[in-house]
Design a protein around this ligand. Structure first.
Ligand code: ARG
Length: 461
């Protein structure tokens, strides 16, 4: 059988059971356009090395173009006997240009360098798409921040009321994390722009081929420096899996807050009907399914990362068939994020914020206690003492069921002799927010400044 990749030293084909285990076309078919692009580049370097005549090259390229069209339209598909995408496309080429010419393309390459190159190409394209979808989420957050420049809410630590902050400050905190995800993916792309094509099975080629020419035709910077590393390393895949898992984790943190903010107890937000679901039995329900699915998918992305790392661990040089297991985790992570990111952007962009409710809750839980302490510090009281005095104010207010701004003159001076009703000037949410005007702080000017910087970053990508 001329389409068998090996035959010479074998007296039988694979057993059916072995073939079933070996098969990968059901998932690696997405590499098909990259395999064909690689074949065209390879045909050109074979021609450059004098191993294909001008007319052979033309026939070969025409055959590959036909095959590419048939793959695109679904006319050419893998058959059960094709082990993987590379085998199937080689069969397709032989069927189109004949076994004589088609058989020449395999010189100086191996499925090992093919798959290592194509997987990089596929991932680099996929990551570009992910980056643009992340930027859409950042835009949605930025638009909500801009639409609510003066809304306040209780900032939390340990999920307990801590200090009041601007809603815009809170939303932009998530933008910062997502911008780092984008930066990581960009860094990754730069490191991954190196092509293993021409490494052969592991040791390189004796045929005088030019891996750098193939590299640049396929959008890479240059060829790899070490053919053994090029064909067998998958840290680029593990690194991408981490970057995507981290992105998922950052999305899950936003998602969790949406779920909580959407409860009756919080009442901070209402979800747009288009981005929520109802219940089949409880007519009043409006569920935050987008956020919940985003939250869950992050677990799946972490699983893809740890699964891949575990497969890679302790593999000796160079290529091992274990490496066939590298693709599905990344295909899945990319697929999940392609679903989650636009949904998150849609949900976030259409949220209604109940800013009166947020503002009403902002001082609850004595979120202004730090402001009493800092007011005393500005009058020369050591922070340790001021902290104690402010704590006393909280205790007094709590025992009487009043707010800090409702403490009497006597109560204040009992907490600390220097504490007078003048402290009330800082005991407003707005005062507390405006006072925190250090770089990165929650004061309106500072938040406007960071919003500008986020926009600048986004514009640069
Ligand atoms: N399908 C394989 C992979 O995904 C490439 C084939 C290499 N096979 C081999 N026996 N060297 O890694």
């Amino acid at each position: 059988d001329p389409t068998m990749l090996w035959g010479g030293r074998f007296t039988s084909g694979p057993s059916e059971t072995m073939a079933a285990l070996s098969l990968s076309t059901h998932f690696d078919w997405s590499l098909a356009p990259y395999d064909i692009a690689g074949s065209k580049a390879h045909a050109r370097v074979l021609h450059g090395a004098g191993l294909l005549t001008e007319s052979e090259l033309e026939d070969m390229l025409a055959g590959l173009d036909t095959l590419a069209t048939e793959v695109r339209t679904g006319r050419f598909l893998p058959e059960p006997d094709d082990e993987d995408v590379h085998t199937a496309l080689e069969r397709g080429l032989l069927e189109r240009v004949g076994t004589e010419l088609g058989g020449k393309l395999r010189a100086g390459r191996s499925r090992n360098d093919q798959v290592a190159t194509q997987f990089r190409m596929w991932l680099r394209d996929a990551v570009r798409g992910i980056v643009s979808a992340v930027l859409d989420v950042i835009d949605a957050l930025g638009e909500q921040a801009a639409a609510h420049p003066s809304a306040v809410l209780a900032g939390r630590t340990h999920l307990q009321h801590a200090q009041p902050v601007l809603l815009a400050h809170h939303l932009l905190a998530h933008s910062q994390a997502l911008l780092r995800d984008v930066a990581r993916l960009r860094d990754w792309d730069e490191r991954t722009a190196v092509s293993p094509y021409g490494s052969g099975a592991l040791a390189g080629s004796s045929l005088g081929l030019d891996p750098d020419a193939v590299a640049s035709e396929l959008g890479f910077e240059h060829g790899v420096d070490n053919s053994m590393d090029g064909t067998s390393s998958r840290d680029f895949a593990a690194e991408a899996a981490f970057d995507l898992a981290m992105l998922g984790v950052n999305l899950s943190r936003i998602a969790e807050e949406i779920v909580v903010w959407n409860t009756a107890e919080f009442g901070y937000i209402t979800l747009d009907d288009a981005w929520a679901t109802g219940s089949s039995i409880m007519p009043q329900k409006k569920n935050p399914d987008v956020a919940e699915l985003a939250r869950a998918k992050s677990g799946r992305l972490i699983g893809n990362l740890t699964g891949l790392l575990t497969s890679l661990k302790a593999q000796p040089l160079a290529y091992n068939r274990d490496l066939q297991e590298d693709k599905e985790p990344l295909f899945d992570s990319v697929h999940q994020l392609r679903l989650v990111l636009p949904a998150m952007a849609g949900m976030l962009g259409t949220l209604t914020f109940h800013t009166e409710r947020m503002a009403e809750m902002a001082p609850a839980g004595f979120t202004l206690a730090t402001d009493i302490a800092e007011w005393l510090v500005r009058r020369g009281v050591p922070f340790r003492v001021a902290h104690e005095a402010s704590g006393e104010c909280v205790r007094l207010a709590e025992s009487r069921g009043v707010g800090l701004d409702e403490l009497t003159e006597q109560e204040l001076s009992r907490a600390h002799p220097e504490l007078t009703p003048a402290v009330r000037e800082v005991l407003t949410v707005r005062g507390a927010v405006s006072a925190r005007d250090s770089r990165g702080g929650t004061a309106p000017d500072r938040v406007a400044e960071q919003a500008r910087r986020v926009d600048e970053h986004v514009a640069r990508h």
